[in-house]
Design a protein around this ligand. Structure first.
Ligand SMILES: NC(=O)c1ccc[n+]([C@@H]2O[C@H](COP(=O)([O-])OP(=O)(O)OC[C@H]3O[C@@H](n4cnc5c(N)ncnc54)[C@H](O)[C@@H]3O)[C@@H](O)[C@H]2O)c1
Length: 457
């Protein structure tokens, strides 16, 4: 859905002008089939002070079938001598051995020469430990410093379509991190940038198929008739899931078209209707229990607060937040969500940053984040291996954002490190990562799908 300005910036003359003005719009490579994992070299560095933990990390990279070159410490001169042109698909830096401000020099030592060797659409992953449990103030500072570094390097490589993320591994979480490493190293995460994600320890992540992790599992997606919901349904179906799509009765035909395409089932229901939670739970029980529910249905009813009608406030909070809570409660009460299940909310960057004219929408979406945070710590859900996470999309190209006035829209889609809006598939891929049975250690995460949007960052 590139507009005329974007088409111009991508053209020969436009590209040259864009380069001068720093307005480059990189072509993002997205995963159309297969795993999306890189075939080029993945360099693993750091870890001189944490050999066992780094070896455990290396084992996970090997299990993904990656071509891994390990650098001893931060010095890459032996493998990548000055003057050689060798390029890499990804740079993984294990920073868990950095304990002091002085140790942070390793970041400079490794990345300064290596960052120019990263291919376009390359990946940087920096590995940290939770700074809260660092054991000393100096180590806490060093571990937290990795986040500032990662978010900044992401801003330096975005114009080449490359991304950088921080993975915060709780001690011993390496084995449970495989699905997360796969997601962030692959083209499936093309529009995720500058994010910090925590991988929990103390959980055993089951083995999973890299291409089709959801085979034989039922996933319920609300608002599945169009836009992001339809993309989620398609992406999860591609990974083997059987989809039950829910949408309002006026969208029945659109919903049937999408479900027909992917062999899913349509359920016409307004999620705010009194009988909707019961009907959705009954449908889940009928198919042997659901693996996941994705609460995607949502609306905007924008007005400045002074002009906001009560009905617009109520409608937005009801659809975006309250109905999802009632449906989750009913699924859990009815035993309609299976052990190891997934509850996924769809928040918004606006729920983090706030937005003029969107007090109702921002409140509802911030509410989703609070709900996910709290529910992910529910002992009953933890005992059953049910995780609760959310995506917080930034500017995604859908009918919702096509309705934004042109100048506002043009600015909104450019204000991020990748200089473009995301696609519905980008949100869908993030949800596919949450839904993966291998993502058992990902719980209570709200992942921004925003190309590292500068607002609310
Ligand atoms: N597009 C973006 O840039 C963006 C950004 C952040 C968050 N989001 C969120 O992503 C989700 C999907 O957004 P989209 O852009 O695809 O919107 P969309 O308007 O294109 O699609 C929303 C879908 O939800 C359905 N729906 C609305 N009310 C419903 C109800 N009461 N019961 C059942 N279904 C209902 C609609 O019929 C529609 O099919 C929403 O929660 C939205 O808030 C979108």
């Amino acid at each position: 859905m590139a507009d005329k300005i974007e088409q111009f910036l991508r053209s020969g003359v436009g590209g040259a002008i864009a380069g001068q003005l720093g307005l480059v719009v990189p072509d993002l490579v997205r995963c159309e089939s297969g795993t999306g994992l890189p075939s080029g070299t993945v360099v693993l560095a750091g870890g001189a002070a944490t050999p066992a933990a780094t070896a455990a990390l290396r084992a996970q990279l090997d299990a993904l079938g990656l071509t891994c070159v390990q650098v001893a410490g931060a010095d890459c001169g032996a493998q990548f001598p000055e003057g050689s042109e060798d390029k890499c698909a990804a740079l993984v830096f294990d920073g868990r051995g950095l304990n002091t401000a002085a140790d942070l020099a390793d970041l400079h030592r490794f990345f300064s020469p290596m960052v120019r060797r990263l291919h376009n659409n390359g990946r940087i992953l920096v590995i940290a430990e939770p700074h809260e449990d660092a054991g000393s103030p100096e180590r806490a500072a060093a571990q937290r410093a990795l986040e500032g570094f990662t978010r900044s390097v992401a801003k330096e490589i975005g114009n080449r379509g490359s991304t950088a993320q921080l993975l915060i591994l709780e001690p011993g979480a390496e084995a449970a991190a495989r699905s997360t490493l796969a997601y962030f190293l692959s083209t499936r995460s093309a529009y995720i940038d500058g994010q910090a994600v925590r991988v929990r320890s103390g959980v055993t992540a089951p083995e999973f198929d890299l291409e089709n992790p959801l085979t034989g599992r039922v996933v319920i997606v609300t608002g599945a008739a169009r836009g992001i919901g339809a993309a989620i349904a398609r992406a999860l179906a591609r990974r083997g899931a059987r989809i039950v799509g829910v949408d309002i009765p006026p969208s029945a035909q659109e919903l049937r078209d999408v479900m027909g395409e992917i062999g899913g089932e349509a359920l016409d229901a307004d999620i705010t209707a009194e009988d909707a939670p019961g009907r959705i739970a009954d449908k889940a029980l009928e198919v042997g229990g659901a693996h996941a529910i994705v609460h995607n249905a949502g609306v905007t009813r924008d007005k400045l607060l002074v002009n906001m009608k009560e009905q617009w406030w109520d409608m937005t909070l009801e659809i975006n937040l309250a109905a999802a809570q009632r449906i989750t409660d009913r699924l859990l009460q009815a035993g309609a969500l299976n052990d190891g299940g997934r509850i996924v909310g769809v928040a918004s960057m606006v729920g983090i940053s706030g937005q003029r004219g969107q007090t109702n929408y921002a409140a509802s979406k911030a509410g989703v984040i609070g709900y996910v945070d709290y529910m992910s710590r529910d002992p009953a859900l933890l005992a059953r291996g049910i995780t609760v996470n959310a995506v917080a999309p930034g500017f995604i190209e859908t009918q919702m954002t096509a309705a934004i006035p042109v100048v506002t829209r043009e600015i909104a889609r450019r204000l991020n490190s990748l200089s473009q809006g995301g696609q519905p598939e980008d949100v869908a891929e993030a949800i596919a990562w949450f839904a993966n049975p291998g993502s058992q250690a990902i719980n209570g995460v709200t992942l921004r799908v925003c190309g590292q949007n500068w607002i609310g960052a």
